[in-house]
Design a protein around this ligand. Structure first.
Ligand code: HEM
Length: 669
């Protein structure tokens, strides 16, 4: 008997039992008015987190000690894998990623039960029971359908090793962020569901859901950016986003989350969008579960691959249950969801925020439609039609442009309604600065209409946000007689969500500029060269020196064959790049690309090797990606803004006056 496997499998089964206890104790405690039962329900959630932590620690131990008698360890690890790659194999493969997902979800739930449940007495039992039901569903799959503790039929001398595409240090951070981002969408869902069950559809639930939604949004955004970075530096096709079904699954829940973060401000300040906010949190979690099902079932590879996966159909049932439960709850409580106020003017911040949520939902529908299109085409027409990047670029591209434009306009518009004089004053400087910058771009040679429009919208966002910082800082300085730096710091303290949010917007705008530059102005060169031969690309002379063979002897790598290419600017050596191909002992048919990137703020030189012949005649692909690094810089600004926004709402915030500029947070109603 394998002690580790037996203990791990038992931990999962006992954990499932605890999750069921959490449901039963909460329901009973609520009905019978028994506080001890309610406390037991909460403790059961802590027990689930503890037992899942034990289970994942045991799996990590089995991986680190090369226990190949456990089938999962034998299929994703091997004895010559380095320790950090063994850690990365913990969340790879179906059983590993499902256990990670379940463990992480239970940790978030335990934190939620500790931090938020005591603050929502009106919905505490509902929230704990919902958490128990969700975690029980995943534990059931992890314990019985895809257990990571199944034994190998025969213990192999060595493991198979990690899938070649995953042998990269990026695997240490990208999947944990993504999986954590996806599971964390459960918490706003739980708060929303508890509000619906308890019939408490006022602003209380959004205040408690906001921090969790913002955290989930941030972690999921970081996961997506890391995914783009991994695709860029590992996959070797010159880009970072290919609208692949798996990428789509990861971005889908993010869109309703962004919508929620904006719609909640409208509910908080104006008592509107109550139903919409609930729909958005419910949709974010439903899409996260859909994504898990989509990735796991092989649905997008072939509609008939349902049967190939043990957990795929199970997840489909889960998605169905989440959807049905959400719709039933919504319909039940709809009569209570009336708005406290009506629109006063279409030209207002409310309108821009509402349009924002519509744009987010529209983008989500396009991405979902594109992802599922092959399935429906096969079901109804028996032809598998896959939609690729051109579809998304044509349909989602304009929506993204509208999103950036709205972001700029929304930042400038005041709440409720605006006197014409005020509108003129607020719009004048940002619009003028945008026009000047756009004209400069035109003079510099930017002619593509889509590029000009998006760049102009992005510049508007940046200028409008900077203006907000300037106005807020000036007003606070005048009100408090503070120094400029103190007043600037003060505005974040007074209204973190607003000023942090503007920094997120600046990050998005910087990313949009990079996306336009890399998509519209990317240069591609394909050359076939012999050793010693030179070629020109990106304004440089490049000399292919020769192919070199290396044998790192770790991570299942048989050999790395790299092409040494010297980059010359005149006579000056800028860099020696070493793109190549990596071959794996246990996966002879799956060599991977070794990408080399030489970057600065203006452009990335991106190089990979397509192939070579016996005379070392080598085919190289060189991409010049303008402003690529700004994508990562923009992401950094985005994350910094998200972290700054991460502060609790202050006492009921009031609506900004429309006639004058006032210090942030001091506006009268
Ligand atoms: C589509 C047009 C958009 C508009 C009109 C808009 C508008 C706004 C406004 C007015 C605020 C400040 C709210 C307040 O006063 O507290 C805000 C906050 C924020 N925005 Fe946007 N935004 C848009 C798009 C985006 C996008 C695409 C993202 C990120 C991907 C984003 C991320 C955020 C974040 C994280 C906050 C802070 C929210 C919070 O702390 O609760 N926004 N947005």
């Amino acid at each position: 008997m394998n002690f580790v496997a037996t203990l791990g499998a038992s931990a999962l089964v006992v954990s499932l039992a605890c999750a069921l206890v959490a449901i039963a104790a909460s329901v009973y405690g609520h009905r019978a008015g028994r506080r001890d039962a309610l406390a037991m329900g909460r403790r059961a959630i802590y027990a689930v987190a503890a037992l899942n932590t034990l289970a994942i620690s045991l799996l990590a131990y089995a991986l680190l000690t090369d226990d190949f008698s456990i089938a999962h360890v034998a299929s994703v690890s091997s004895s010559n894998m380095q320790t950090h790659m063994k850690w990365a194999s913990l969340w790879s493969g179906q059983p590993g990623s499902l256990l990670f997902w379940t463990w992480m979800m239970s940790v978030w739930m335990a934190a939620f039960v500790r931090i938020t449940v005591p603050k929502i007495p009106w919905g505490a039992p509902h929230a704990v029971a919902t958490a128990g039901a969700i975690i029980a569903s995943f534990l059931f799959a992890s314990a019985f359908f895809a257990s990571p503790f199944r034994m190998s039929p025969v213990t192999p001398a060595d493991g198979q090793g990690l899938n070649p595409l995953l042998v990269d240090p990026g695997m240490l951070i990208h999947p944990p962020f993504l999986l954590t981002g996806l599971v964390s969408t459960a918490i706003p869902f739980i708060v929303g569901a508890a509000a619906l069950m308890a019939g408490k559809i006022d602003n209380a639930w959004i205040r408690h859901a906001r921090g969790w939604a913002l955290g989930s949004f941030l972690v999921l955004s970081i996961g997506n950016v890391l995914g783009g970075w991994w695709a860029y530096t590992v996959l070797g096709w010159g880009g970072y986003w290919g609208w692949d079904p798996v990428e789509n699954s990861a971005i889908l829940p993010l869109l309703p989350l962004v919508g929620f973060l904006h719609a909640l401000v409208v509910q908080e300040r104006r008592g509107m969008l109550k139903a919409w906010n609930l729909v958005l949190v419910l949709a974010a979690f439903a899409l996260a579960v859909f994504g898990t099902f989509n990735v796991r079932s092989g649905l997008v590879a072939s509609v008939h691959s349902f049967a190939q996966s043990e957990v795929g159909p199970y997840f489909l049932v889960l998605v169905g249950m989440v959807l049905v439960a959400s719709v039933v709850l919504m319909v039940w409580r709809l009569p209570r969801m009336h708005s406290d106020y009506e629109f006063e003017s279409l030209v207002s911040r409310e309108t821009s925020l509402i349009l924002n949520t519509y744009v987010m939902v529209a983008i989500a529908l396009v991405v979902l439609g594109g992802t599922l299109f092959p399935v429906f085409s096969e079901l109804f027409r028996d032809v598998r039609i896959t939609v690729g990047p051109p579809f998304y670029n044509d349909v989602a591209g304009p929506l993204l442009l509208i999103m950036v434009l709205l972001m700029g306009i929304g930042t400038i518009l005041p709440w409720r309604k605006a006197a014409p004089g005020l509108l003129q004053r607020r719009f004048a400087a940002p619009v003028l600065a945008t026009l000047v910058a756009t004209a400069a771009l035109f003079v510099l040679g930017v002619r593509d209409v889509f590029a000009i429009a998006t760049l102009a919208a992005a510049i508007l966002v940046i200028v409008a946000s900077l203006r907000e910082y300037a106005v807020g800082t000036k007003a606070l300085r005048t009100a408090r007689g503070a120094s400029w730096p103190a007043a600037f710091g003060g505005i974040f303290n007074r209204d973190p969500s607003r000023y942090g949010g503007y920094l997120v917007h600046i990050g998005v705008a910087v990313m949009a500029i990079s996306v336009v530059a890399t998509n519209v102005y990317q240069e591609q060169h394909r050359v076939v060269v012999s050793p010693g031969e030179t070629f020109e690309a990106g304004g440089y002379t490049m000399r292919f020196e020769d192919l070199v063979v290396r044998r790192p002897g770790v991570d299942g790598i048989e050999s790395d064959i790299v092409a040494q290419v010297t980059i010359l600017d005149g006579d000056r050596v800028v860099d020696v790049m070493e793109p190549g191909r990596r071959f794996f002992t246990n996966f002879p048919d799956q060599p991977t690309a070794i990408v080399d990137v030489e970057g600065n703020l203006q452009r990335d030189l991106y190089m990979f090797v397509q192939g070579w012949d016996e005379d070392r005649l080598t085919e190289l692909q060189v991409f010049v990606n303008p402003l690529q690094q700004w994508l990562w810089i923009g992401s950094g600004i985005f994350v910094a803004g998200g972290l700054l926004a991460f502060a609790p709402f202050r006492a009921p915030r009031r609506v900004e006056v429309t006639a004058t500029e006032t210090p942030p947070g001091t506006q009268p109603a």
